[in-house]
Design a protein around this ligand. Structure first.
Ligand SMILES: C[S@@+](CC[C@H](N)C(=O)[O-])C[C@H]1O[C@@H](n2cnc3c(N)ncnc32)[C@H](O)[C@@H]1O
Length: 200
């Protein structure tokens, strides 16, 4: 198949890496949810050969991710796994779970299942990182995000930009505490939580 391509991945991969690099410890196993094309995985794992980067997505995207992995031939990216937050989660737990531009595609119920599942699959003291647009104080953070949200909802009325305060509450309920919420280019954010340890 022809290689799927996301221009936004190429544009945001360096700024995302800059935001998360201090959390990518040698030997860490990362689970990426909603890998899309697989471009982030190939780029990040290529620069960090000492971490394992597990890609995942819904069934329909796995062949495209495989094409990127075949092109990259990197030892530290295993076969992509099927993961739909509504039903198919891996049995193991990870040092980090990463997901870019996926929460605004999901419905509210899927986002709830996302956080519950992440809570169960992140190791104590491990990190959960999401990248994308979010609303704050009940409002859009830019006119372009407002227009983007309208476009998303016209495509799928259950999707749309989520409120930071709501997802932070879901993260807390799943056992995470917030570590950082970083302003990114083009009105996006990188939000980082840490899973509480037994002593917290
Ligand atoms: C806009 S794409 C982002 C892809 C990639 N992370 C990126 O930054 O280019 C949204 C991704 O979320 C995934 N996604 C949507 N609903 C999902 C669900 N219920 N479970 C897992 N992934 C889902 C889609 O399959 C898609 O790969």
């Amino acid at each position: 198949m022809s290689l799927p391509y996301s221009e936004s991945c190429e544009q945001n991969k360096d700024v995302i890496l800059n935001a998360i690099s201090s959390f990518l410890k040698s030997g860490a196993e990362v689970l990426e949810i909603g890998s899309g094309t697989g471009q982030h995985a190939v780029y990040f794992a290529g620069l960090y050969p000492e971490i394992i980067w597990q890609t995942s997505d819904r069934q329909e995207n796995l062949a495209g991710i495989r094409s990127w992995l075949d092109k990259g031939q990197q030892q530290n990216i295993p076969e992509p796994i099927e993961l739909d937050v509504r039903e198919s989660w891996p049995e193991k737990s990870y040092n980090m779970i990463f997901s870019a531009n996926s929460l605004h595609i999901m419905s509210e119920s899927e986002v709830e299942q996302f956080f519950t599942g992440c809570g169960q699959r992140t190791k104590p003291a491990g990190h959960l990182v999401v990248y994308g647009p979010f609303n704050y104080n009940g409002d859009y953070s830019s006119d372009s995000n407002r227009q983007f949200d309208q476009w998303l909802k016209a495509r799928d009325s259950e999707s749309g930009i989520k409120h930071f305060e709501w997802i932070d509450r879901l993260a807390q309920d799943a056992g995470f505490k917030i570590v950082d919420d970083i302003e990114m280019p083009a009105n996006n954010r990188t939000i980082i939580w840490q899973r509480e340890t037994l002593s917290d």
